[in-house]
Design a protein around this ligand. Structure first.
Ligand SMILES: O=C1C[C@@](O)(C(=O)O)C[C@@H](O)[C@@H]1O
Length: 275
């Protein structure tokens, strides 16, 4: 059973910050920077406001594909990843951790066999330290990985990426629906816009699916052109946004501090009574 729950709500999108360290030294440095940035930003929530308002970020995503002690052995032994997850969660005690292995096919940093991918999902979920694990829904063993995570009562964020283009809205909606049908607890899609119209397509598809979805959605248009979706996605039904404290894990991610201010501003703008 995970120690922290991932609670996602598009009315108050969560900020997810990636950890991309290549070894323990880099991970420790990044965690130190997260803790320092979080402490500098923190304060007491004004009465009646969400605790999010004074938190710089809400969730940490650990990108296991960057972590060389695991990838060096082609992922044949999950124990370096399990040990690193233990260390991350011990050093970030109040924060939910999303554990993600992003394959090269979906824009990740390393490749492992489908069997190693499944074994990793099972090993990470079995620790109970991950609030959720990411499973690429087009992966050959996605169904098994989702089942493995659920056996250990660990929620699954299903994901799909398109680094070349933005599929038509119907295709985006269909993929989000397919992830829910596959048993995911959250459905996530990241696409690449070639025009402003593509950004509108992603937002429109998000809004269409959000009206009927039974699970939270996370959607974004990557790159500079799509940056607006990382700020205003909540309006259309996206319940989280990836932002940086230091290293980015995908094109177009913005610094967490600016994203937090923008989310606060948008929330103020949508407060009851404001026309
Ligand atoms: O799926 C996603 C979204 C993402 O690709 C982004 O565009 O912010 C960043 C990844 O680290 C994460 O796993």
């Amino acid at each position: 059973m995970p120690r922290h729950r991932l609670t996602l709500d598009a009315r108050s999108p969560s900020i997810i910050v990636p950890l991309t360290g290549r070894d323990l030294t880099e991970l420790d440095e990044q965690i130190g920077a997260l803790n320092a940035a979080g402490a500098e930003f923190g304060g007491t929530p004004p009465a009646g406001t969400s605790p999010n308002a004074v938190q710089l970020f809400d969730v940490v995503e650990w990108r296991v594909d960057f972590y060389e002690p695991f990838t060096a052995g082609a992922g044949s032994d999950p124990s370096p990843a399990v040990e690193a997850l233990e260390r991350i969660s011990a050093q970030l005690p109040g924060l939910p951790v999303l554990a993600t292995f992003r394959t090269r096919a979906e824009g990740g940093d390393a490749e492992i066999s489908p069997e190693a991918y499944l074994a990793l999902a099972e090993a990470l979920a079995s620790t109970g330290l991950a609030a959720a694990i990411d499973v690429e829904y087009r992966h050959a063993l996605a169904g098994d990985a989702i089942a493995a995570a659920h056996r250990h009562h660990t929620p699954v964020v299903a994901s799909t990426h398109d680094f070349a283009e933005t599929p038509p809205a119907e295709e985006i909606v269909a993929r989000l629906a397919a992830m829910e049908d596959a048993g995911a607890d959250v459905a996530k899609i990241a696409v690449t816009p070639r025009s402003a119209a593509d950004v509108v397509t992603l937002l429109s598809a998000t809004e269409q699916r959000f009206r009927v979805a039974g699970i939270p959605l996370i959607t974004m248009s990557m790159g500079g052109l799509g940056a607006v979706t990382r700020l205003g996605g909540g309006t259309f039904g996206s319940s989280a946004t990836f932002a940086t404290v230091g290293a980015a894990s995908a094109p177009g991610q913005l610094p967490a501090e600016g994203v937090r201010s923008a989310l606060d501003l948008l929330r103020t703008g949508s407060a009851p009574g404001l026309l």
